[in-house]
Design a binder for this molecule. Structure first.
Ligand SMILES: Nc1ncnc2c1ncn2[C@@H]1O[C@H](COP(=O)(O)OP(=O)(O)OP(=O)(O)O)[C@@H](O)[C@H]1O
Length: 234
């Protein structure tokens, strides 16, 4: 479904992504984990068409992401869910959700809204309030709901646990598991390696712009190097 091969991306004078290769198969939850500055955000920006690769390829089905315009990539169903703070703070919850449908050129179908309210009951309760008044966890849920309304064929989740209280992180990961059960393919970018590896079918560790390790979530959770550097084992 998503095939990235030998991707090299420069930002200014810095060679950030170095021969990056990975795949996300249909129905799969893949996790990309790594420390601050490893190159995870650069990877997402490249897949969304906002940064251009100097060499290598990234294909989403038949679409060549290294040359397609960002709007074309969104239309093809590669939907980037940013961290919760990037919702429209002064718009209501309902208005933010409407923006998700707008990118696909339509309205929200009643059955889609019903599904969103099943996944995120809190958003129904809060539909009339300004998004900026929601808690961090609720804002993340709104960002995820907005991405889902855009009918993703592959959902790019950018650090969904960032800055959230532990209870909110658990709720968000429960939702991610629910999306996985619905068969929505997900590329999850996370610093919270323990939780990401726990739910990932396949995982990649990025270090200094390279894929340093890959395997199933379980394999990597048992890997000595991962345990030492990413899971805090002693
Ligand atoms: N605009 C830029 N110009 C030059 N270098 C940049 C720019 N943005 C990021 N970098 C460099 O690219 C490298 C990777 O950054 P990136 O943001 O992709 O990492 P990350 O793994 O997503 O980390 P974080 O979790 O902190 O966002 C870092 O070394 C960073 O300094």
């Amino acid at each position: 479904m998503l095939e990235v091969e030998g991707l090299n991306v420069w930002r200014g004078a810095t060679h950030v992504l170095k021969d990056v290769s990975f795949t996300v198969a249909a129905g799969e939850l893949a996790a990309l984990i790594g420390a601050n500055g490893a190159g995870k955000s650069t990877t997402l920006l490249t897949l969304s068409g906002l940064l251009r690769a100097r060499s290598g390829s990234a294909r989403f089905g038949t679409l060549d992401l290294t040359h397609a315009k960002p709007e074309r990539i969104v239309k093809a169903g590669l939907i980037h869910c940013p961290e919760g703070r990037q919702i429209f703070q002064s718009l209501t919850v309902a208005e933010n959700l409407a923006m998700g449908a707008y990118v696909r050129g339509g309205r929200i179908a009643p059955e889609t809204m019903a599904e969103i309210h099943t996944l995120f009951p809190i958003l129904k309760e809060r539909e009339g309030v300004a998004a900026g008044t929601l808690s961090g966890g609720e804002q993340m849920m709104l960002a995820m709901a907005r991405a889902l309304i855009a009918s993703p064929k592959l959902l790019l989740l950018d650090e969904p646990s960032l800055g959230l209280a532990p209870k909110a992180v658990e709720t968000i990961f429960d939702v991610i598991e629910a999306l996985k059960k619905r068969g929505i393919p997900i590329l999850l970018i996370e610093q919270n390696a323990a939780m990401a590896l726990d739910i990932a079918d396949r995982a990649y560790v990025m270090e200094q712009g390279r894929i340093a390790l890959s395997g199933t979530g379980r394999e990597l959770a048992g890997n000595d190097r991962v345990r030492q550097f990413y899971l805090g084992a002693t």
